[in-house]
Design a protein around this ligand. Structure first.
Ligand SMILES: C[S@@+](CC[C@H](N)C(=O)[O-])C[C@H]1O[C@@H](n2cnc3c(N)ncnc32)[C@H](O)[C@@H]1O
Length: 273
């Protein structure tokens, strides 16, 4: 299973109402205006690119550059956003770490939604983002994979979910995940993100925790997504990991009689000095 596949994509999750709210909240905070030039890092299937595009409509020189390493995600984004009016949208298949080769002229804003936790070398990335931005330009990101995303009262739910998922994996499929953490699991605190930004020439414009209520449908959808499966169950084939995670979360919701589970989205707007 590789990045060319349309299965195991983030699309289903990105389209859920409460995820769109978390992303719209961030895009609204930035105050984009028609005519601006914006980079959308890790744009995936284009859910946030669309929100950015809507803010830029109305001036001919508006530009969005969407960068993602997944060809399948970019194909989906292109098919979703082929009706842009007055906004040029360029999609580039690349790792975000190649930003300096892609963006030669400084831009007004850089977004990174739901993906910064996946980049191993964050100091290097922040240097690159700072170089790509005009003075006074905005770097905005959000993530629900940071230390502090699950409120303490949800610990029992996550423990139950993972316990059940691992049991299903062992009983149904006769396997267990490999030991060792992948990058998405080495999570920073919100203070560590703030320190990193300050060390790389940014001031914090806004930093908040956006409270989202995850439904069972939300957990089922995130359990479809390749990078989540690999993070939760390193080394497990995607079909088997998805099956165990989905059945595990169904059982955990049922056992604990849950309707929703609260989870925080770290939401940051930083200004380049
Ligand atoms: C969780 S999705 C988020 C997509 C989109 N930003 C959104 O919020 O709907 C993360 C995306 O980041 C991409 N990605 C992860 N690491 C990357 C990297 N180092 N370079 C480029 N893309 C990356 C993945 O391919 C995936 O499409």
């Amino acid at each position: 299973m590789g990045i060319e596949s349309t299965e195991f994509s983030y699309k289903q999750f990105a389209e859920l109402g409460f995820i769109q709210q978390a992303n719209s909240h961030l895009v609204d905070l930035v105050g984009l205006r028609p005519g601006q030039k914006v980079v959308d890092l890790g744009c995936g299937t284009g859910a946030v690119t669309r929100l950015i595009m809507e803010k830029l409509e109305g001036a001919r020189n508006s530009l969005v550059i969407g960068i993602d390493m997944s060809a399948a995600a970019l194909r989906e984004a292109m098919s979703q956003l082929n009706n842009a009016r007055n906004v040029a949208i360029h999609f580039v298949q690349s790792r975000v770490e190649h930003l300096p080769e892609i963006v030669k002229e400084q831009v007004d804003s850089v977004f990174f939604c739901n993906g910064i936790h996946l980049v191993p070398d964050k100091p290097r990335l922040l240097t690159q983002i700072s170089t790509a931005l005009k003075s006074g330009g905005i770097f905005a990101f959000n993530t629900t994979f940071f230390q502090g995303a699950p409120p303490p009262e949800t610990e029992q739910f996550y423990r139950k979910w993972m316990f059940k998922a691992l049991r299903i994996l062992r009983r149904r499929h006769g396997i267990m995940p490999q030991k060792g953490k992948v990058e998405a699991r080495r999570q920073l605190t919100s203070e560590q993100y703030e320190d990193l930004l300050c060390q790389h020439g940014f001031t914090i414009g806004r930093k908040s925790l956006f409270p989202a209520l995850f439904t069972l449908q939300g957990y089922m959808a995130i359990s479809e997504y390749e990078e989540f499966i690999q993070g939760a169950m390193p080394g497990v084939p995607l079909e088997k990991g998805r099956d165990a995670l989905q059945e595990g979360v169904r059982q955990a919701f049922q056992d604990l009689n849950l309707e929703t589970v609260p989870r925080n989205w770290l939401t940051v707007v930083a200004v380049r000095k």
